[in-house]
Design a protein around this ligand. Structure first.
Ligand code: Q9C
Ligand code: ZN
Length: 374
């Protein structure tokens, strides 16, 4: 399988995130992508490509230009304002109740980007404090978009039946005018929009990250040309909390084009495959030749922030079932934070998507017990 990877992601060099006001060791770290790269290299069945530059136009096709400009200058503003922080995180967010009783028209006028303080600006553009921004974040996030768009090129122009973009930072929590949840630009949404425009066909997205892809849902909410289907932890108990429920189905042209399949804590391989079959049915009903996959491994049983119980073997089966739709696949990496298993889980999924068998490699750090060796 063709793979797109760039070391530019290393510039997004994160070691700490904030969780409920306290600094904790970061989950979304560079080692994640390096582990996956190493495992795919060792496998021998993957061909690596460098991304090509695709510029800003495909980004502003789905994101507000103000978000792009803020992310571009945020780090230098933090430094210029002499706020001694190892990373940028917001001070104040515009909670919706701040505007309670004001008309929609008034709110549209009053909720505006503060011109000066970077902590207020980060609150205006940001969803949460879990997406630390450092000196190299913007360059790395642009690199991840180029990875996604180069993966699209391999599928649309290169004749690949499936290709994998090792995007880092991930993207599915980033909405049109918002970053958050370790995400800055929505790689999968940018890719799906590019596919829709290039082919004139309808596009399906299947999001199998542990978390609901609120950003992707928001971006395509009213669009009839992109169907978004997501299997994720019920937002009653898990991030992003405020979107991802089963009754969110889209509006206008997008009415019926959004399908959320929330699952309980402890969801097993069997539970998950039932949801995968429902998701595949919804995608099978959409005409078109390309499906974008938002691929996460935070569904794994040992993931430090997920609460599902999936095993490596099920990823091979999920990849197989998604490929069985018979569409070309643009597979893009989202989350997954149990670092020792990431390489094996990626190998399992991608080999399944290519119809190749998967033999686990115990040497990768796992005994058959699933115990973590390294
Ligand atoms: N105690 C993705 O998987 N909250 N983003 C983490 C940890 C944020 C996940 C709380 C989770 C964001 C791409
Ligand atoms: Zn996730």
């Amino acid at each position: 399988m063709q793979v797109v990877y760039t070391p530019i992601h290393l510039a997004h060099d994160i070691d700490t995130e904030t969780y409920m006001g306290v600094g904790v060791p970061a989950n979304e770290v560079a080692e994640r992508a390096e582990r996956i790269r190493d495992a795919l290299t060792a496998d021998g069945g993957f061909t690596f490509n460098e991304p090509t530059e695709h510029g800003e136009a495909p980004i502003t096709a789905v994101h507000d230009e103000g978000l792009v400009r803020f992310l571009e200058v945020a780090w230098s503003e933090l430094r210029a304002q002499q706020i001694p922080r190892p990373f940028l995180s917001a001070d104040t967010y515009p909670n919706r109740s701040m505007f309670e009783g004001m008309s929609e028209a008034a709110i549209g006028r009053l909720v505006r980007e503060p011109r000066q303080h970077v902590g207020g600006r980060a609150g205006f553009w940001g969803l949460d404090s879990a997406a630390p921004l450092v000196a190299g974040t913007y360059v790395a996030a642009r690199g991840a978009v180029d990875v996604a768009l180069t993966t699209v090129d391999l599928v649309l122009d290169g004749g690949a039946q499936a290709a994998y973009g090792l995007c880092r930072p991930p993207g599915h929590h980033a909405a049109r005018s918002m970053y958050g949840g370790y995400c800055f630009f929505n790689n999968a949404a940018i890719a799906a929009d590019a596919v829709a425009k290039a082919t004139g066909e309808r596009v399906g997205i299947i999001d199998v990250d542990f978390h609901h892809g609120n950003g992707t849902q928001q971006i395509f909410w009213r669009r009839g040309d992109v169907r978004y289907v997501s299997i994720h932890a019920d937002p009653e108990r898990q991030y992003p909390f405020f979107l991802g429920r089963a009754d969110e189905t889209g509006e206008g042209q997008g009415s019926g084009e959004n399908l959320n399949l929330p699952l309980r804590a402890g969801a097993t391989d069997e539970d998950y495959l039932v949801a995968v079959d429902r998701a595949c049915e919804a995608l099978d009903a959409v005409p078109g030749s390309v499906i974008v996959v938002s691929l996460g491994f935070d569904t794994y049983g040992l993931d430090p922030i997920g609460d599902f119980a999936l095993t490596t073997a099920v990823y091979h089966e999920v990849g197989r079932r998604v490929a069985a739709l018979g569409r070309r696949l643009v597979i893009l990496q989202e989350g997954g934070y149990h670092r020792p298993s990431l390489g094996e889980n990626a190998r399992a999924w991608l080999r399944g998507a290519e119809g190749r068998p998967f033999e686990p490699r115990p040497a990768a750090g796992f005994g058959p017990s699933g115990a973590v060796a390294g």
